[in-house]
Design a protein around this ligand. Structure first.
Ligand code: SF4
Ligand code: SF4
Length: 510
């Protein structure tokens, strides 16, 4: 771990509200996307000359299109219930990282241009002109929000700061002020098929290497098939699963589960990414384009089922947006959507999370485990924001919380939950979600991880927890990076299917 130019926040004795440090994070901005990155997405290469008018027009467009955004602009009563609920505020003490203050950066401009009092008496109602300084402030603080939606759980009006953040980022993109990390990734996935820019032959190589590793480890021929036409199941998973640690351990787990179930399955080189960063930049057209790659792959391969791997925001996009994006379920009326729906097998939830798939097999007694193989671990579970607050899983309310925990308890003997106010729908973000998982924002990521690290420390000290499972590729990458800042080893984090992989017993396994 290189020496940091910032201080890691100290653990608090009690979860108290930090003393305010105005502008503590004002210096922090992500890198700006260059012309090549911007133009690959059809966005202006740099800040356009008439950016002010373009930005206001885009705000008007968004306010007209998304009624929720307009309601959020008008309904905040400044009650303060959200102020201390954001992990970035808790970790940085910067008052502009309070959710209500973050919204106010956008709302004050909204008031100025879209309300009568703001047009007539701007000072009286706290309305602001959109100046270049304000635009810079947006670029700073709207990239200090992970769109985790924790604040909205505590807002009596359900105001969702994540939606405001998405709108602000959409305006920034429109005027040519994009964020390098997210837009670069969007370029790769739309061109090559995954966030890493990993081409098909390299993917094939990786998967063949994985088959050899698993064979050497278990003596069993577990396959990781690619582009198999006529396979029953298409697995779409975050591309980090193909090479990053600990992600790849979960991919091995999925492969073992499919093998044990005798399933016919495949990955796709065309749709080798479950993640969809269009959600982070508030660009629904790009979200649709990325989701459509998966539909195209499913149609091309003729699969009957689609299963999504361990990726938080991917599951939210899949579960909550695919009906309108690609016509899976109600609303799909274009010929491809109709064909897609006819092709998929209605006896199964479409789409399905890998945890639903595995849990169903466990409930039916299809999988065999030796739980003692996980006895060196005392495990806790980190609920990932987009799964916890943006989706569901299975056929019961709360399935997104219960199913991963049920799997862990089925494959391991030692399980402990973290403190109630930090899990399930009140879970704290890992600190790296929503498009901020980049080293230029490392200070933010470390500071924003504080509440989760505190909750982990508490169960590590009191219950000997030494493994934190999660079902999100971003959470895994973020924790791997920030755990050492808080005195933990990187290997403390891992996937739910990593635990499955450890305990599962395959026929013929040595
Ligand atoms: S990071 Fe999460 S809690 Fe903080 S303002 Fe954004 S959505 Fe709200
Ligand atoms: S909790 Fe809701 S209404 Fe209260 S200040 Fe926050 S956003 Fe406004």
């Amino acid at each position: 771990m290189a020496a940091a130019s910032f201080e890691t926040p100290a653990f608090r004795e009690y979860p108290s509200v930090p003393a305010l440090k105005p502008d503590a994070m004002a210096h922090l901005q992500p890198y700006v996307a260059n012309e090549k990155i911007q133009e690959a997405l059809g966005l202006p290469g740099k800040l356009v000359d008439d950016w002010h008018d373009v930005a206001i027009a885009r705000m008007g467009d968004l306010l007209g299109k998304y009624r929720g955004l307009r309601v959020f602009m008008d309904s905040c009563v400044h009650c303060g219930a959200c102020t201390d609920k954001c992990h970035y505020f808790i970790g940085s003490a910067d008052p502009k990282n309070m959710p209500v203050a973050r919204q106010e950066l956008f709302r004050s401009v909204y008031r100025r241009y879209f309300t009568l009092p703001g047009k007539l008496f701007p000072k009286l109602v706290g309305a602001r002109d959109l100046t270049k300084d304000v635009l810079d402030e947006w670029f700073s603080y709207f990239w200090q929000c992970s769109e985790c939606r924790r604040c909205s759980v505590f807002c009596p009006y359900g105001i969702d700061t994540a939606e405001v953040t998405m709108a602000a980022r959409a305006v920034l993109d429109t005027v040519g002020y994009g964020q390098k990390y997210s837009n670069e990734i969007l370029g790769k996935v739309t061109k090559i098929g995954n966030n890493l820019g990993l081409p098909g032959p390299a993917l094939l190589d990786t998967l063949e290497g994985l088959e050899e590793d698993v064979k050497a480890d278990t003596g069993v021929d577990v396959k990781f098939p690619l582009d198999v036409k006529g396979a029953e199941i298409l697995l779409v998973t975050p591309s980090a699963d193909f090479f990053a640690e600990p992600h790849i351990e979960s991919l091995i787990g999925y492969g073992k589960v499919f093998h044990a179930a005798g399933a016919s399955w495949t990955l796709s080189s065309h749709a080798s990414e479950a993640g969809n960063f269009g959600l982070f930049t508030g660009d629904y057209a790009l979200m649709k384009k990325i989701a459509t790659r998966i539909r195209d792959a499913a149609l091309e391969l003729g699969v009957k089922r689609i299963i999504v791997g361990e990726c938080g925001h991917a599951w939210r996009v899949t579960y909550s947006f695919w009906n309108t994006l690609v016509g899976l379920g109600a609303g799909g009326t274009d010929p491809y959507a109709i064909e897609f729906q006819k092709q998929l097998d209605p006896r199964y939830p479409q789409p399905m999370h890998i945890c639903e798939y595995t849990w169903d097999l466990i409930e039916r007694g299809v999988l065999k485990f030796d739980k003692s193989l996980n006895d060196h671990r005392t495990i806790t579970f980190h609920d990932s924001c987009n799964v916890a607050r943006g989706s569901r899983m299975g056929d019961r309310a709360g399935g997104q919380f219960d199913i991963p925990r049920n799997i862990i308890k089925a494959v391991a003997n030692n399980y402990v939950d973290m403190e109630a106010g930090t899990i399930r729908e009140k879970t704290f973000c890992c600190g790296g979600g929503g498009g901020v998982l980049t080293d230029d924002l490392l200070e933010l990521r470390v500071k924003g991880a504080l509440p989760r690290m505190e909750a982990l420390k508490q169960v590590a000290d009191s219950r000997n927890v030494n493994f934190m499972a999660t079902i999100c590729a971003i959470c895994k990458a973020q924790f791997t990076k920030v755990l050492p800042y808080y005195g933990f080893k990187m290997g403390v984090v891992g996937g739910v299917h990593q635990l499955v992989s450890t305990a599962i017993r395959l026929e013929g396994q040595e």
